[in-house]
Design a protein around this ligand. Sequence first.
Ligand SMILES: Nc1ncnc2c1ncn2[C@@H]1O[C@H](COP(=O)(O)OP(=O)(O)O)[C@@H](O)[C@H]1O
Ligand SMILES: CC(=O)OP(=O)(O)O
Ligand SMILES: [Mg+2]
Length: 402
Amino acid sequence: MNIFVINSGSSSLKYQLFRLPAEQPLCSGLVERIGLAEPRITHKVFAGGEEQVIRQSPTQLPDHRAGLQAVLQLLTDATLGVIANPADIEVVGHRVVHGGETFAATTVINPAVKAEIKRLFSLAPLHNPANYLGIEVAEQVFPQAKQVAVFDTAFHQTLPEQAYRYALPEALYRQHGIRVYGFHGTSHKYVAAQAAAYLGNPDARLVTIHLGNGCSMAAVRGGRSLDTTMGFGPLAGLVMGTRSGDLDPSILFHLIEHLGYSPPEASNLLNKQSGMLGLTGYSDMRDIGRALDEGDERARLAYELYAYRIKKYIGAYAAVLGGLDALVFTAGVGENDPLTRRLACQGVEFLGVRLDEEQNQLRNGQLREINAADAAVKVLVVPTNEELEIAQQCYQLLADSY
Ligand SMILES: Nc1ncnc2c1ncn2[C@@H]1O[C@H](COP(=O)(O)OP(=O)(O)O)[C@@H](O)[C@H]1O
Ligand SMILES: CC(=O)OP(=O)(O)O
Ligand SMILES: [Mg+2]
């Protein structure tokens, strides 16, 4: 089954094509700066263990449709193409960030599902409109394919009520859906399953730590999410590239009532100007690492604050889980940044967490153990693969009907 996976952002589009049940993608790519000056396409073709990279700089890509059409050209290219024509794509799997309480599982998209995704725009204004647009464009470009939605929130629908409710008047939950939803569920689910399989313990008590541009943690037991750091929207919890994470809400009132911020300006501040960017001037952890090496004090503080927040939630989730079998680090920073892992694990030795610093410094792109050999708690680095997880969920849902 040929499954094309799309992760559509406001000005970008990430994609991978899988031929399930094989796990290696046929190709993958990224379309950047859609609707902006100097758009870029990076397309990778994988064949016979080799990787071929094609970079294009089209003069213009006015919208997502133009972007996906350019990708289709590459997919069907006479020499480098991996399919003969668009009809060879049987399924398009879409990452949809917010599924509300309606979607606890992967779902075939029909007009009612689209209407619900649209209704949820107000709950995920930065993500759902772009995901929706990706669906509409894929329907035009791949009219024969089944369109399937895989929701970031779905994995966290198992949270117990005490974890997902806020201490607000009940009507706000019942009538307006104000509750914890949690995000990055596709990644937490994938790495938790990999870790449990590695440990040979399906009931393992895991804290999964997804550190990308957006960052979140989850307490997972028996493949079920029991708590997570993001909440009603993807702004709560950990310090992120440009998002503040946890804040006292009175700061928001102060910004608006006393410092002249309009609500959209306050939202922009917390979502796009805060986090590591606000603390250091850089949102990319590699830049912050370089600044730290040059003795930048702001970079040092930012690193400490970032790791301290992770450590606090490790303690909290050990309590939620009633003990800890493994910590699982994943995504861009979690997989690649030894300093973050070291700082986050410093001071929680009393829980049985102890790193092997030599293992921590290694990088091999594989699942690996970085704890001291005799530590009670495993510390794992598990590369995430949200696209593969999306493709596999589509396959599980549809394989029977083929
Ligand atoms: N070698 C590395 N060392 C430290 N940080 C890294 C490294 N490679 C990537 N990152 C960081 O990973 C983050 C992006 O993670 P990623 O999972 O790709 O995010 P997203 O999918 O949210 O765009 C960036 O902050 C980047 O600096
Ligand atoms: C939900 C979310 O935060 O996603 P991302 O990390 O891709 O921005
Ligand atoms: Mg990501």
